[in-house]
Design a protein around this ligand. Structure first.
Ligand code: NAP
Ligand code: 8YV
Length: 320
């Protein structure tokens, strides 16, 4: 019998392909460009994707039922178009939460204590040649941390921060019940109240460039910004100006506005720690994400429901 066809545009974790190939016919194209879809692909019913999935690609796949996104953040998928067409979108929540929270803490410590620079100093032979590495001007001691976002990952970061003995506050659109952390109804208010701002909100129109010059000024001269959410949430030129001008003291970034491009001005700064979007990038966590992508597609065709649909597409499969 003809196997259901799953389209994979662009690169994806190999385990997604291997798992899907057990039950489906996997069709690959180089990128999510609709011109690459040939007439024989018009019976594709599912897409597995890591990255961009524009509405134009959905338009040329008339039988498409489900888009399984590799990642909890699905800002690359034009979800409003999918919802309007009755196409389910799934993501990979929970399985990466603890890994991303671990990385956020690592990035925070690297930024404050300059640990990557200290290691580089040792590797260059400078410890024996030039003496001890300079003391780090910044420390986690005595800091007050504000979380912009307190969802699955934000809460996991906050739980870890409790063990470091820092004070914790947060900003989201609605306060969370049953938590002792101080809630701030505005982002500027949070930034003014803390000296360390950790960004872990989704990349949406509502969060776009919300960490702007005003928020950075409110964070202040001892302020440190950590971004493990999405690059689009931070006004990157305003951040560079704030770091260059001493408006804030430092930044740790795992995500950028135009990945994989990182502005030279950011790279030239001594007071930043930069990572190439690796917060979930361990074999164990990426395997779990890959399994959830494949399991969402398998569940859709076996039971009529995705395991982890995004809130915008709470659909069940129509009987065919
Ligand atoms: P989540 O559970 O949905 O949490 C999202 C949080 O953001 C909630 O607290 C939500 O609270 C808040 N939020 C959403 N829109 C907001 C707005 N306009 N203003 C203020 N707060 C807002 O998501 P998660 O699983 O924690 O993941 C969060 C994001 O992290 C993902 O969407 C992804 O972009 C990013 N991420 C990055 C990496 C990486 O590799 N760097 C890895 C995983 C995830 P309210 O709804 O009450 O506002
Ligand atoms: C992945 C992420 O690096 O889950 C997310 O939202 O940003 C990361 O875990 C990315 O999705 C891989 O495509």
């Amino acid at each position: 019998m003809h196997r259901t066809r799953v389209l994979v545009p662009g690169k994806i974790n190999q385990r997604v392909i291997d798992r899907l190939a057990d039950a489906f016919e996997v069709v690959r194209i180089e990128s999510a460009d609709p011109v690459l879809v040939t007439p024989d692909m018009r019976d594709v019913k599912a897409v597995a994707v890591a990255g961009r999935l524009p509405g134009a690609l959905m338009d040329v796949l008339p039988q498409l039922e489900i888009i399984a996104n590799f990642g909890v953040g699905y800002d690359g998928v034009e979800v409003a178009r999918a919802a309007a067409k009755g196409i389910t979108v799934s993501n990979t929540p929970d399985v990466l939460t603890e890994e991303v929270a671990d990385t956020a803490i690592g990035l925070l410590l690297n930024t404050l204590r300059q640990l990557p620079r200290a290691e580089e100093y040792l590797r260059q032979g400078r410890w024996s040649r030039d003496g001890a590495f300079p003391l780090s001007p910044l420390s986690l001691r005595g800091r007050s941390v504000g979380l912009y976002g307190l969802g699955r990952i934000g809460l996991s970061i906050a739980r870890r921060l409790e063990a470091f003995g820092v004070s914790i506050a947060y900003h989201t659109r609605s306060p969370r019940e049953g938590l002792s952390y101080v809630y701030h109804p505005t982002l500027t208010g949070l930034a003014a109240a803390v000296d360390t701002l950790v960004v872990i909100v989704p990349g949406t129109e509502a969060t776009r460039r919300t960490v702007n010059a005003e928020v950075l000024a409110a964070l202040g001269g001892n302020g440190v910004l950590i971004n493990v959410g999405r690059g689009s949430t931070v006004d990157e030129p305003a951040l560079i100006a704030a770091l260059q001008g001493g408006v804030i003291a430092g930044a740790g970034l795992d995500v950028f506005e135009n990945e994989p491009q990182v502005p030279d001005a950011l790279m030239a700064l001594p007071n930043v720690s930069l990572l190439p979007h690796v917060a979930s990038a361990s074999v164990v966590t990426r395997n779990a994400m890959a399994d959830l992508v494949a399991d969402n597609i398998a569940a859709w065709f076996a039971t009529g429901k995705a395991l982890t649909p995004v809130p915008e597409t709470p659909f069940t499969r129509r009987a065919v």
